[in-house]
Design a protein around this ligand. Sequence first.
Ligand code: ADP
Ligand code: MG
Ligand code: MG
Length: 208
Amino acid sequence: MSAVDAAALTAWVREFARLAHEQRDALTRLDAAIGDADHGANLDRGLTAVVAALEAQPADDPAAVLKTVATTLIKTVGGASGPLYGTFFLRAAGALDGDDGRALATAVRAGYDGVVARGKAERGDKTMLDALGPACDALDEAVAAGESLDDALRAAAAAAAAGRDATEPLVARKGRASYLGERSAGHVDPGAASATLLVEAAATALAG
Ligand code: ADP
Ligand code: MG
Ligand code: MG
């Protein structure tokens, strides 16, 4: 199993940035249906700045990498998702203690808990939590079962994608989409879609 070190975390975030850029229009289309059509642009702008910041100041401390990601996202992404993803990475940075799958699972869980605390949403509210939550559960379960990091992250990515798809029939209870009430049903949540990219990026970049 490869170590979850600063280089691996940087590769993870770079892959997330690549996917967000590639999926920018798709994310924006999802946000056009139930929000204000800026989610793809928000994330692409933020993650482009993140990649630049990591290149300008390469860190060899894993927590420092996650902190740079957090502060850059908070600075550059207007909209709900910037502070929420920023909180995810900031809390993950604070909880990261080690370079194995268990340490990653603990850090990601802390990130998830931070998003819950900051956004005051719950699973089922049709937000990014509906993808992040199942991914954390799958990661914890796989790590506890002694699975390889590869297998654990693949399970987490599948759980995130299933959670994303399950947001389609839901009525949004948080964020802009909640202003639509019942009319928010019938569309996948853009944040759940981007959170799935985050987990898929981990499965690709952190695979040993
Ligand atoms: P904005 O809605 O301000 O334009 P974005 O379009 O970038 O911001 O992000 C929208 C996404 O943010 C939603 O699809 C949802 O997943 C997520 N989101 C919004 N509010 C919350 C919240 N309180 N908790 C968790 N996620 C949220
Ligand atoms: Mg939006
Ligand atoms: Mg907006």
